[in-house]
Ligand binder design. Structure first.
Ligand code: E4P
Length: 244
C-alpha cells in the first residue's frame, strides 16, 4: 500500500520523503491556502511545480477550481502541462449533481492523467472507474495509474467508519474482479490514526494522510516511555561497565 501526503507544505513533504514513506502528494486549493500559498492560481501552479520536482516521479494531484464542464476540461489540460507527474483532480459530479464523467472520459482519451475525487459511494466509484477505463482504451499512450478518491472521513461523519470501509472493500474487489489495472483507490479525508489502521486494511491502494495524522500514527505513549527507559538503562550500564 502506498502513502500520499495530503498537504502542500514543502517541509512536511520533504520530511516524509526522508522517512521513505512518501509515494505521492494530494492537494486542493483549501490545503494550499492552509499551507501558506498566495497569489491565486499562479501561486497554486508555482507550489504544484515545486512539489512535482521534489517528489518526481511520484504523482502530485492538483484540483480544478471550477465545475463547469468545459472549464474543467480546459483547466485540466493546462494543469497537465505543469509537470509530467501532475495528476488533475476533478470532482465526480458538479454542484447541481450532474455528472462530470464526460469530462473525465474526454481527458483520459486525450492523455490527461486524472484523480476523480469526492467519491462517497460504491456506485460512484464503479461509474468513475468505467469512464477512466474507457478513456484509457481510446489512448494507448495514456499514463497509469489513474485514481479514484474515496472520501472515507466524510462518509464516516454520516454513516460511520465501517460503512466507509465497506465502500473501499467493495470497490477494490470489483476493480480486481474486472481486472481494472489502470486505476488505484486513494482513501482521503483521513482524520485520525484509528482511520489509518482501519482503512489500510480495507483494500485501499493508497491512503492520503495529513502530516499531523502521520506524526500521531508514529507515536505510542508506551513506546516513548520504553525508549526513555532503554536510553537511561544503557547509559547507567555503560557507566558501570567503564568502572569494571
Ligand atoms: C484528498 O485528496 C483530499 O485532499 C482530502 O483528503 C480532502 O479531505 P477533507 O476535505 O475531507 O479533509
Amino acid at each position: 500500500m502506498k502513502i500520499f501526503i495530503d498537504s502542500a507544505d514543502l517541509k512536511e513533504i520533504e520530511k516524509y520523503l526522508s522517512w521513505g514513506i512518501c509515494d505521492g502528494v494530494t492537494t486542493n486549493p483549501t490545503i494550499c491556502l492552509k499551507c501558506g500559498v498566495t497569489g491565486g492560481l499562479e501561486g497554486i501552479k508555482k507550489r504544484t511545480i515545486e512539489i512535482a520536482k521534489l517528489i518526481r516521479p511520484c504523482p502530485v494531484s492538483a484540483e480544478v477550481t471550477t465545475d463547469n464542464i468545459e472549464e474543467v476540461i480546459s483547466q485540466a489540460k493546462e494543469y497537465s502541462q505543469w509537470a509530467e507527474n501532475v495528476v488533475v483532480k476533478v470532482t465526480v459530479i458538479d454542484r447541481q449533481g450532474d455528472s462530470l464523467l464526460p469530462a473525465i472520459y474526454k481527458l483520459l482519451s486525450e492523455g490527461v492523467r486524472v484523480n476523480v475525487t469526492t467519491i462517497m459511494t460504491f456506485n460512484q466509484a464503479i461509474l468513475a472507474s468505467k469512464a477512466i477505463e474507457a478513456g484509457l482504451k481510446n489512448n494507448p499512450k495514456a499514463k497509469i495509474p489513474n485514481f479514484i478518491s474515496i472520501f472515507a472521513g466524510r462518509i464516516s461523519e454520516e454513516q460511520g467508519v465501517e460503512q466507509a470501509a465497506k465502500v473501499i472493500k467493495n470497490t477494490r474487489q470489483w476493480l480486481d474482479f474486472h481486472q481494472y489495472h489502470g486505476i488505484e483507490i486513494i482513501v482521503g479525508s483521513i482524520r485520525s490514526p484509528e482511520n489509518v489502521e482501519l482503512w489500510s486494511r480495507s483494500g485501499a491502494h493508497i491512503l492520503t494522510i495529513p502530516p499531523q495524522v502521520i506524526a500521531k500514527s508514529s507515536l505510542a505513549a508506551r513506546t516513548k516511555e520504553t525508549v526513555s527507559q532503554f536510553i537511561n538503562d544503557a547509559q547507567k550500564s555503560l557507566t558501570q561497565m567503564e568502572k569494571m
